[in-house]
Ligand binder design. Structure first.
Ligand code: GLN
Length: 390
């Protein structure tokens, strides 16, 4: 076992003894889940999947489908059309609350049930099957394998889903939902009943972490701006009325589901998923919350922690036949230009007027156009010739 896997196993064992909480009971099939199950999976930038615990246990995706269906709605309709129907504000209320704007009936955000039903209603297709097929296809692309619906959980949720139906009726009365209530909620119940493992969820989370590119399959699933929009909403609304505390303690965009799973995303670093069916009063898994809290703390994953690499890009200077060359690698962000400019001025002060300096930006994995423009501007003020290699 490699060191990282060992670390994950240690994290898992530390939360195993937490016995609080109970499996979701309002969906009868979910109440049957084995409450002792516990699993954790992490996927890094090279697409390596590391899983520990009950990694092969299948469970339904539930609300963790919501960010991905939001991604699909954004792909199909664009940001403005989607957020005309559903808000982007944390509700501070439980997942099944009637958080609708007083005058418009618009749900607070796409990750509470009302908002998710409104988002699902936007997905194209003639009937429930066609719409579900589209959703399952996208969920599968995120997971890197074909996913299936658990028919018994679907039937169980559909036969007890009166509250979600009521939400849909209300939204339809306001014109937030244009399609029939049945079409909207049955598609939503089916999407919630897609079967996943903790591994699938970690791959899905990692695809969001890497800007919509699945590091396991190498497939681009959605564009960077869609992934960023989804993560933004997850950061403020993903954990329902625990979202603020979660940001404080964990600092990662995340989404939980009543089956006991949680996905969390460390942008450009990891996709993480944890699973354990017993839930706390917010409907979030007790042990999954604890394990991700612990991991974030130990691995320094909080988003708002300072990150050196943006402020200090890798710069090296080399003498070549054409004169000195400044080579940049890694990521050049706006703040990083300060360091490059220091090197640039120092070099320039020792060079004769009219000499040529080369700036080699070919090894930059990511360049922010504004940063490069600042460097070019700086060059113009120097009595030197510039050769920019991009
Ligand atoms: N299918 C569940 C519901 O609509 C999803 C809720 C959740 O996972 N929080 O109630």
């Amino acid at each position: 076992m490699d060191t990282i896997t060992e670390l994950l196993r240690g994290a898992l064992e530390e939360v195993r003894s937490l016995g609080d909480g109970a499996t979701a009971s309002y969906i009868p099939e979910l109440a049957q889940a084995d409450p002792e199950r516990l699993a954790l999976s992490v996927v890094g930038p090279r697409g390596r999947v590391r899983s520990v615990g009950d990694e092969d246990a299948e469970f339904t995706i539930q609300s963790m489908s919501k960010p991905f269906v939001l991604a699909l709605a954004l792909v199909e309709h664009g940001r403005d059309a989607v957020f005309a129907k559903v808000g982007a504000e944390p509700s501070g209320e439980p997942f099944n609350a009637i958080s609708l704007e007083a005058d418009t009936g618009r749900p607070a955000n796409p990750l509470i049930n009302a908002g998710a039903i409104a988002t699902t209603a936007l997905i194209g297709g003639d009937d429930v099957d066609a719409r579900t097929a589209r959703i399952v296809e996208l969920l599968s692309a995120f997971a890197g394998r074909s996913l299936w619906i658990d028919e018994s959980v679907y039937a169980s949720e559909s036969s007890t889903g009166d509250r979600n139906r009521a939400l849909a009726h209300l939204m339809r009365s306001y014109g937030v939902i244009d399609v029939s209530v049945d079409l909207a909620v049955e598609t939503y119940f089916r999407q919630c009943s897609a079967l996943v493992t903790v591994r699938d969820l970690a791959v899905m989370a990692s695809t969001l972490a890497f800007g919509g590119w699945n590091p396991v399959t190498g497939e681009r699933v959605v564009g960077e701006s869609v992934a960023r929009d989804v993560l933004s909403i997850m950061a403020s609304c993903g954990m329902y009325d625990y979202s603020g505390q979660w940001m404080l303690r964990v600092g990662l965009p995340a989404k939980s589901g009543v089956s006991g799973g949680i996905i969390a995303v460390a942008p450009s670093q990891f996709g993480v998923a944890a699973f354990s069916p017993r839930l706390d009063e917010h409907g979030n898994s007790v042990r999954a919350v604890a394990i991700v809290e612990q991991l974030s703390e130990r691995l320094g994953m909080h988003l708002l922690e300072p990150h050196e690499s943006l402020a200090a890009p890798a710069v090296s200077v080399e003498g070549t036949a054409e004169g000195p060359t400044i080579r940049l690698s890694g990521e050049l962000g706006f703040a990083g230009t300060e360091r490059v400019m220091l090197v640039l001025r120092e070099l320039a002060s020792g060079m004769p007027e009219g000499a040529t300096l080369t700036l080699d930006a070919r090894e930059l994995a990511r360049t922010h156009p504004a940063a490069l423009a600042v460097l070019e501007g700086e060059f113009e003020g120097l009595p030197l010739g510039l050769r920019l290699q991009t």
